[in-house]
Design a protein around this ligand. Structure first.
Ligand SMILES: [Zn+2]
Length: 384
């Protein structure tokens, strides 16, 4: 049985989520604690840190802002400009960039910033997508590594020490720049935050003809290089209250585009717009843990009082974990093409990563699917 938080709609199977004696999840508890935070104090701390790292003579950039082109990164750029910073924006191109994603990247450039886009070798990347999907059930492994390694490499390369990240979902912590000592980014920090998801970069050498030289974009600078450049970072979400929805509103007011309808498997139209592979990524989360993007989004709105738990449950039951026949309008068959996988082979991989304890099976222990290939969870709330 899946056990759900009594306040939000997240199941207990989510990695690193804990439930207390009252059945409330740790994400709801930490949201509750936000009301104790003095945001004016935090904002003043942010201003102090930015002043410390701002280029004194204007000979270099003030900070690096890693940007995907999504609503949060558009928001980060808008905030940095408001705070008088001269950022160098760095994009690690997504694995399968959508048209609307490209449009939003162009929009960030038009906000008035210097901008670099780094695109890792597509052939190698397709192999990494395939290895990630078949070995650990995560097609987005190279993307999740690259969004951390590439901006850090840029910080070293251009000698810009401060990296301004977005939300810190793991820890209530401002980032290394906030620490009075040990404020330089090191390998330990990178490994904690730049999640390698149980597959290390070095493990890949030798797989499908991959050599070390193919993995340069996915490898962090050495501790010595980081120290020499003084590379450090902060999480903006620690200093300014973070809400994806209000970030989207602010981003939209600065030219960010959304879809006219909700995104496949989600309940909103303003996020995860930039990569056609994201539908597969989110679907595997559903297969492994019984929750997908609709659950994530519903919880965020629910905690902020914008919908009731009942509303959230209904939205999740209707939209979460649908078989990803298409994402952002691109058919699955075409999304799988560069990975050299057929839809049939993909379904087999899905079945291999599906947790049969949380989905309905027949008498022969085979997964029950409807005519669209969709699974049914064994329970959608606690008292079923
Ligand atoms: Zn909860």
């Amino acid at each position: 049985m899946l056990k759900y938080c009594v306040r939000c709609v997240m199941p207990h199977t989510k990695p690193d989520l804990h439930f207390d004696d009252e059945g409330v999840c740790s994400a709801c508890r930490s949201f509750e604690k936000r009301t104790d935070i003095d945001w004016d104090v935090r904002r003043a701390e942010l201003v102090t840190i930015l002043d410390r790292y701002r280029s004194k003579d204007g000979s270099s950039w003030d900070c690096i802002v890693p940007v995907s082109g999504g609503k949060d990164s558009t928001y980060q750029v808008v905030r940095m400009l408001q705070l008088g910073m001269n950022p160098l924006c760095v994009t690690a191109t997504t694995c399968d960039l959508s048209d609307i994603g490209r449009k939003n990247i162009e929009n960030i450039k038009s906000l008035g910033v210097d901008y670099i886009e780094f695109s890792p070798n597509k052939k190698v990347r397709a192999k990494l997508n395939r290895i990630g999907l078949t070995q650990v059930g995560d097609i987005s492994w190279p993307e999740h590594v690259g969004i951390f390694t590439i901006p850090v490499k840029a910080a070293v390369q251009f000698g810009v020490p401060l990296i301004v990240w977005g939300e810190n979902s793991q820890n209530e912590y401002g980032g290394p720049a906030a620490a009075s000592e040990n404020n330089v980014l090191n390998r330990r920090w990178l490994e904690e935050f730049g999640g390698l998801l149980g597959m290390r970069v070095s493990d890949l050498v030798g797989m499908e003809g991959i050599e070390r030289r193919h993995l340069v974009p996915y490898t962090y600078p050495s501790d010595d290089e980081l120290k020499q450049a003084g590379v450090t970072g902060i999480f903006l979400g620690y200093y300014i209250p973070w809400d994806g929805y209000s970030n989207a509103l602010i981003a939209q007011a600065s030219g960010f585009s959304t879809l006219s309808t909700t995104i496949e498997g989600s309940i909103v139209n303003y996020e995860n717009l930039d990569n056609h592979q994201t539908g597969i990524h989110d679907y595997f989360k559903f297969l492994k843990f019984g929750f997908g993007r609709a659950t994530d989004i519903a919880c965020l709105h629910l905690r902020r009082g914008r919908i009731t738990r009942q509303d959230a449950m209904e939205m999740v039951a209707r939209h979460d974990g649908k078989f990803p026949w298409a994402y952002l309008g691109k058919p699955l068959e075409q999304i799988l093409e560069p990975l050299d996988l057929s839809v049939e082979e993909f379904v087999k991989i899905c079945d291999r990563f599906t947790n049969k304890k949380i989905f309905k099976v027949n008498a022969r222990n085979e997964l029950i699917k409807d005519r669209h290939g969709n699974l049914t969870k064994i329970n959608y709330d606690n008292n079923e």
